[in-house]
Design a protein around this ligand. Sequence first.
Ligand code: FRU
Length: 452
Amino acid sequence: MELRKRQIGHLKAPGNWINDPNGFIYYKGKYHLFYQYFPYAPEWGTMHWGHAVSDDLVNWEHVGIALFPTKYGDQNGCFSGSAVEHEGNMVLFYTGVHYFEQDPENIHLCLHDRFDSCQMRIDSWNGMDFDNFKGKQVVIPPIEDKCHGDRTHTRDPKVWKGKNGWTMVLGSRSEEGRGKLLFYQSPDLKSWSYVNEATKGDGWGWMWECPDYFETEGGQVLVFSPMRFLKDGKWEENQAICMTVDFKEDGCEMNMPDSYQYLDYGLDLYAPQSAVDEDGRRVLVAWLRMPEAVEEEGQAPWRGMFCLPRVVEVKNGHVYFRVHPNVKKLYKRPVTDVKDTGPEGYLLSLELEDGGCVNAGGYQIFRRGNRICTDRTQVFCRGEDYRMVFETPDVKEGFHLDIYVEDHMVEVYVNDGEYVISNGVYGLKKELLISGGNKAELFGAMDPPIHR
Ligand code: FRU
């Protein structure tokens, strides 16, 4: 069965399984987006890094597997990480894992959650070729000192260049089982020294995955994914959250407030990663968790996709996630019927009155007072384990919605990213019903899709 090569709009698994975005970077005139990839089945297993490239964040091409296990340290998987450019090279950092014992019935899984994690580096001169045999180095071995961090649950290096050198943040956990961040610094990307940690009290999850830190004009932002943040035993327990923080590069002191926002109020997105685009915007993508694989004719079953790239901005302490301008350029073909739209789906823009409702092929979007809500009961897998109904906090800036609908994902941008609700969906129909909506406009993807 065929693997998917090219995609427009949302990046999806080429086939089989993907999870977190990794190594997101604009490098030598192209966007590179790697991803956690299991190439053999539509389920999580020994992690590889799959690789996609794009000229514009809209037209994507899958170019194969970039990283795969070859070393003692990454024998059981190349976990998440990030990319920087240095002296013309693309430099990737990731977490290598080594299981103490594999599950004899499925060697892609670890028995008893006992494994070592180390932080590794691999360089590429062109961003396309990676020497998995000769090019890897361990830069931070598994942590031995329990007071410092967890030898198993320390992972997902995000590296950036500061004023005086390089900083790395890792997700980890304390001995008492609280999530925390570890900061390391390096003058040369080779030798790394531990500098500091940051954490919160109880109630913030037992391990913090995929931290990302960056500065924007309006403030410094931390995004991370605490595990078991919601404690109701449901599928969406692990959540990606964000907050504005106070970070000092000298000494890596991070002050984290008590308030946070969800990255996305659909609670399906996870493990986001950001990069700087060619115009200097901070752009972020995240993984849409999908409980079931999608089977389409002639194509390998696939499971996992990314949200549309979002520009992150901070205004008055609030973090906004706005659709990237290149995506807006794609959805510019006016249509009168959603049946006239292709696989890239459509954009519906409108103002919603109180009590108003949009039914997008079975997915409901409605307004209740000052909140925007969604309900996917008719277009999702059945089961107690899943949330079906979602809502934003009270919105402040009006009730303008930009709703991007495609076969397996709906994204509702409220007031240009004041809040976003994104949900995975299955079995959506090509139908649209609106009540209590004003100034509604409908667009399909440009045909042929834009190439800049
Ligand atoms: C988050 C995560 C990361 C890890 C990767 C493994 O979804 O658990 O912490 O590096 O996925 O695939």
